[in-house]
Design a protein around this ligand. Structure first.
Ligand SMILES: [Zn+2]
Length: 151
C-alpha cells in the first residue's frame, strides 16, 4: 500500500470515529481551536519582538487578569506622549494623573501587581505597534489562553 493510500485509510478511519462519537468530535474541535488560537498568537510575536514593549515576554500577556486589562485599555486616553522617553500621561477615574512607559506605570494597578496595566497596553497599541486587543478579539474563545501553553 502506498503512503498516500495509508493516509487516506487513516483519514476515513478518523472520520468514521468522529461520526459516531460526540465526545470525540468535541475533543477534535477543541484541538483545532487551540491550534488556531496559537497560530494567531504566534502571528503577533514578530511584531512584539520589534516593539519596545518586548521587555514583557509573550506568556505575560496570558497571565490571569491580563485579558481584562487588555480589553479595558480601549477606554484609556493618553496625552503628552514623549518619544524620547517613550512615556505618556493618562488620567485615572478621579482625575489623578499617571505616568506610563512600556516598562512601568504609576497607577495603583501596576504598583500592586507589577504586570502590564491597561495604560501600558494602550501605550503599546498606540506607540509600540502591538495591539493585543485585536488579537484577543479575533480569537473564537472568550477564555484567554493560560501561560502554560507557551512554555
Ligand atoms: Zn497604569
Amino acid at each position: 500500500m502506498s503512503c498516500l493510500e495509508e493516509a487516506a485509510d487513516e483519514a476515513v478511519h478518523i472520520i468514521a470515529k468522529l461520526k459516531e462519537s460526540k465526545p470525540e468530535r468535541d475533543k477534535f474541535c477543541a484541538a483545532l481551536d487551540k491550534l488556531e488560537r496559537e497560530d494567531k498568537i504566534k502571528s503577533i510575536e514578530p511584531t512584539l519582538k520589534m516593539s519596545p514593549f518586548r521587555i514583557w515576554d509573550m506568556p505575560v500577556h496570558f497571565e490571569e487578569g491580563q485579558y481584562d486589562r487588555i480589553l479595558r485599555s480601549d477606554t484609556v486616553v493618553l496625552f503628552n506622549y514623549d518619544s524620547k522617553s517613550n512615556s505618556a500621561k493618562t488620567r485615572g477615574s478621579k482625575g489623578e494623573v499617571y505616568s506610563t512607559t512600556f516598562s512601568q506605570c504609576t497607577c495603583m494597578d501596576f504598583q500592586a501587581r507589577g504586570l502590564p496595566c491597561k495604560h501600558m497596553y494602550k501605550l503599546a497599541q498606540q506607540y509600540g505597534g502591538v495591539d493585543f486587543s485585536k488579537i484577543y478579539k479575533s480569537l473564537h474563545s472568550e477564555m484567554p489562553l493560560k501561560a502554560e501553553h507557551f512554555k
